[in-house]
Design a protein around this ligand. Structure first.
Ligand code: DOR
Ligand code: ZN
Length: 426
């Protein structure tokens, strides 16, 4: 029997409304007891005075790159990065090589994760075979194998008729569909947000409408099919409006944004810095403000990282040649704590959007602190300032736009299923 005692922290569980100072005892894989003073002589004690004991963070959108691109990331390295960032669970997108469009690939991911991962790994299966947008995957089989949702993330399903069928099929057994909403023809040739900065840099632009139109379509088809859809990486004002309207009309939908859309804008691309290149792209400052408001008001339900590791081979090249994507697992919490520091969100609201609500959206374990529940716990030090040093990342890739940033706090310890997966030496 293994026991861990988190001593004297602020127990903060937005799902249950708990917010009080006390102890939390973990026994084997579960939370045994919480609140008040707990005696457990044989337990390993982690002193938590001045720290926040919260449900483990859950990221609905990461790219772990295995199988196929292990030089960028592996299930082991990506989940270690997750643990270092305070996450106890991640949902991994299917744009691997081979694509996760069959039971064999899902099995491989889950078997590898069981052996090597420092976090719960929930595979997301593909909507179409090979992400080609032509033939639907066997979604029932993917779900049976352990996929928690389907998505063609990295690409949209361009054919509206096929997308309708996909949503109807997924709805028939209540499998959530995560939409990478992008009008490929409108976005074609673009490398950053279409606006004055793109013009000045001489780079092809991606108009915000390429996202908004596609989200409108996906939400319209969601309404038609009754499927549960989750809109990935919302980056602009028009998308927030679209989601708000769909929700008011009773469409079953949720949405996410990422820390970079909340804190950066197209001007940050600066001098062709490819660490600021991702899809969708960083938008205008007004869009950033609208996305913030959307998150605060609950139109956007959760913060996900869209952790998209790429090696220097794909990033130290001309801007128009560089791959889209930035890593995010190890900086997300710190960047979001800046918004707490600025008074945009309170800490409970942030934790809710990074644990309870993500768990609820995909029906995952965790997201709350309750006796008998899984011991997925993050100990946060909201006031332990640190500097982002990409060389110190556990991720195999260093493509972050936040290098050198001073962030207000971080995860001091992460416990996943009763196992300590990250512990910062103070
Ligand atoms: O920036 C991105 N990178 N956006 C995507 O949709 C895919 C991702 C990746 O896989 O690199
Ligand atoms: Zn995407």
């Amino acid at each position: 029997m293994s026991r861990i005692l988190l001593k004297g922290g602020r127990l903060l569980c937005p799902a249950s409304g708990l917010d009080e100072t006390g102890d939390l005892l973990i026994q084997d894989q579960s939370i045994a007891q919480l609140g008040g003073e707990i005696q457990a002589e044989d337990a390993r004690v982690i002193p938590c005075a001045g720290l926040v004991v919260a449900p483990g963070l859950i990221d609905l959108h990461v790219h772990l790159r295995q199988p196929g691109h292990e030089y960028k990331e592996t299930i082991a390295s990506g989940s270690a990065a997750a643990a270092a960032g305070g996450f106890t669970a991640v949902c991994c997108m299917p744009n691997t090589d081979p694509v996760n469009d069959s039971r064999a690939v899902t099995d491989f991911i889950l078997e590898t994760a069981a052996k090597e991962a420092a976090a719960r790994v929930y595979p997301v299966g593909a909507i179409t075979m090979g992400l080609k947008g032509e033939a639907l995957t066997e979604m029932a089989e993917l779900r049976e194998a352990g996929c928690v949702a389907v998505s063609d993330d990295g690409r949209p399903v361009a054919d509206s008729r096929l997308m309708r069928r996909a949503l109807e099929y997924a709805a028939s057994f209540d499998l959530p569909v995560i939409c990478h909403s992008e009008d490929l023809k409108l976005a074609a040739g673009g490398h950053m947000h279409e606006g004055p900065t793109a013009t000045r840099l001489g780079l092809g632009g991606i108009p915000a409408q390429a996202e908004v139109l596609a989200i409108e379509r996906d939400l319209a088809l969601a309404g038609l099919s009754g499927a549960q859809v989750h809109i990935a990486h919302v980056s602009c004002a028009g998308s927030v409006e679209a989601v708000k309207r769909a929700k008011s009309q009773g469409v079953r939908c949720t949405a996410e944004t990422a820390p970079h859309y909340l804190t950066l804008c197209d001007q940050d691309v600066g001098d062709y810095d490819t660490h600021f290149k991702m899809n969708p792209p960083l938008r205008s400052a007004a869009d950033r403000q609208a996305v913030r408001q959307g998150l605060i008001q609950g139109v956007i339900d959760v913060v996900a990282t869209d952790h998209a590791p790429h090696s220097i081979l794909e990033k130290q090249v001309e801007f128009d040649q560089a791959a889209f994507g930035v890593v995010g697992l190890e900086t997300a919490l710190g960047v979001m704590l800046q918004l707490v520091e600025q008074g945009e969100l309170d800490l409970a609201g942030l934790i809710r959007r990074m644990s309870a609500i993500p768990a609820q959206i995909l029906g995952l374990a965790g997201g709350k602190l309750n006796p008998g529940g899984p011991a997925d716990v993050t100990v946060l030090a909201p006031e332990l300032a640190w500097k982002v040093e990409p060389e110190a990342f556990r991720s195999l890739s260093r493509n972050t736009p936040f290098a050198g940033w001073e962030l207000p706090g971080r995860a001091l310890a992460t416990i996943c299923g009763g196992r300590i997966t990250h512990l910062l030496e103070k």
